[in-house]
Design a binder for this molecule. Structure first.
Ligand code: SAH
Length: 246
């Protein structure tokens, strides 16, 4: 179970935090680290020293340009956030996240990503809206932001506790595979295209429409098969859409 939990760090600016994250992960036997557009050199004397023996995770980290690439194959994406944002999103406590993991990872193809933001500005709204849920570590409200690696440590600990508890998860029917992040993103792009084509959605005055549709769809946890049906409906709708003026 633990090898199918990915820690994703976006736009990290301090190599020491990457090293300390590797250490926090290896302490809890997590091993899958992805770095999205790091704003520093990931492998430095500082990161290796802060990893104190877990530097193989720093060396083995996958470095990619976008969040999409980092989580394309994941069936559950959870964003760690120090504060609440404009559009409320399903929230989990670290314990609730841990409690969900055995069932989420019961299918051998399932993968979970825990996404962490930049030291200075956290995660953007667009990044948070690509997550199924958000997790907030209940800190002092007057001083809520943890150091990045400390936040990773808290969630990695909950992952390990869930694994140690060894709750048997109900088996998943093969035809009930959940859609991956990449499949969901293709669906959202197709949905937006179609809504523009039929004149329902005007990207110039978005009024949070796509964000609300994202929240609704992600909350429903669609299976791959269900998403295929919806995309079939969109394709037929596109054919009926009036031709647009160029
Ligand atoms: N100053 C930033 C926070 C940066 S801390 C802000 O205000 O958003 C770097 C990252 O650590 C955050 O993006 C988040 O992923 C994680 N983090 C820090 N404190 C957290 C908390 N209390 N709960 C959940 N994640 C937290």
């Amino acid at each position: 179970m633990l090898e199918r939990i990915r820690i994703v760090l976006i736009g990290t600016s301090h190599p020491g935090n990457i090293g300390a994250t590797a250490r926090a992960m290896h302490n809890m036997a997590l091993s899958d680290l992805a770095l999205v557009a790091p704003r520093c050199e990931p492998i430095t004397a500082d990161s290796v020293s802060r990893a104190s023996g877990a530097d193989h995770l720093v060396h083995g980290a996958r470095v990619v340009d976008t969040l999409e690439e980092a989580v394309a194959d994941c069936t559950l994406v959870v964003g760690a956030s120090a504060r609440s944002r404009t559009l409320p999103w399903p929230m989990l406590s670290p314990r609730e996240l841990g409690d969900r993991l055995p069932q989420e990872l019961a299918d051998a193809d399932a993968r979970v990503a825990l996404v962490f933001g930049r030291e200075d500005s956290g995660l953007t709204n667009a990044e948070l809206q690509r997550c199924h849920a958000h997790v907030h570590i209940p800190t002092n409200p007057d001083f809520s932001s943890l150091n990045l690696a400390a936040a990773v440590q808290v969630l990695a600990y909950e992952c390990r506790q869930a694994w140690l508890a060894g709750e048997p998860a109900a088996p998943v029917e093969p035809d009930q595979a959940l859609a991956t992040h990449a499949e969901l993103e293709h669906y959202f792009a197709h949905l937006e295209r179609t809504l523009v084509a039929i004149g329902f959605h005007d990207p110039a005055t978005p009024r949070q429409l796509m964000a609300r549709l994202r929240r609704f769809t992600l909350r429903a946890r669609p299976e791959r098969m269900e998403l295929n049906i919806l995309r079939g409906i969109l394709s037929d709708t596109e054919k009926l859409a009036p031709p647009r003026d160029e």
